[in-house]
Design a protein around this ligand. Structure first.
Ligand SMILES: Cc1cn([C@H]2C[C@H](O)[C@@H](COP(=O)(O)OP(=O)(O)O[C@H]3O[C@@H](C)C(=O)[C@@H](O)[C@H]3O)O2)c(=O)[nH]c1=O
Length: 178
């Protein structure tokens, strides 16, 4: 397992070691002991989420407020997405900055997004399936978000913003400073 830092403090990309043979392949999608040691995190999975999206669907930017904040380990098991995290930790040196990563079933990269970040993605293929693990349970009450095209964030979504498909809930999200 290789850990690649991003410009956002504590947000990292995991590149698993893939063992291929004439049957196919094997890889560890997550190894708690190795991950926590290498990153100095204490990430314990309590919920595993799956979603499927057609091309152009954009989900985000989402987060849960404290005390129900969630760290997320995002992977793609079919197709490809452009996955984005925004550091919303007020005392962080990288507050307000974003990082995007192509995650696909083919590249097998995983994006670790700490608590205090907003997360979103746009599906670049049809039938883009995400599997993501979180370290705190879902809470409707603490569920929150920021509009994906907030000018103060200036995120490059790698997709025409006029063509993205949003949920009704995501269309109504506010800007970060509101
Ligand atoms: C996220 C979530 C949703 N739900 C329910 C609520 C709702 O009825 C339905 C769909 O929820 P949403 O529209 O919020 O689903 P979605 O837009 O896919 O929300 C997800 O987006 C990505 C970007 C994330 O980072 C996730 O944490 C989560 O916020 O599923 C749960 O039961 N448990 C969960 O953990």
């Amino acid at each position: 397992m290789k850990i690649v830092k991003t410009k956002l403090l504590d947000a990292v990309i995991i590149e698993p070691a893939v063992f291929g043979d004439d049957r196919g392949y094997f890889f560890e999608g997550f190894n708690e002991e190795q991950f926590n040691k290498l990153t100095n995190q204490d990430f314990k999975i309590v919920q595993l989420n799956f979603s499927k999206s057609s091309k152009g669907v954009l989900r985000g930017l989402h987060f849960q407020r404290a005390p129900q904040a969630q760290a997320k380990l995002v992977s793609v098991i079919n197709g490809e997405v452009w996955d984005v995290a925004v550091d919303l930790r007020k005392n962080s040196k990288t507050y307000g900055q974003w990082h995007g990563e192509y995650l696909s079933a083919q590249n097998k990269k995983r994006f670790f997004i700490p608590r205090g970040f907003a997360h979103g993605f746009v599906a670049l293929t049809d039938d883009a399936e995400l599997m993501y693990a979180v370290d705190n349970h879902y809470s409707k009450e603490y569920d929150d978000g920021v509009i994906f095209n907030d000018p103060s964030l200036d995120i490059d979504w790698k997709f025409d913003p006029l063509d993205v498909k949003l949920s009704e809930k995501d269309e109504k999200l506010s800007k970060l400073n509101q």
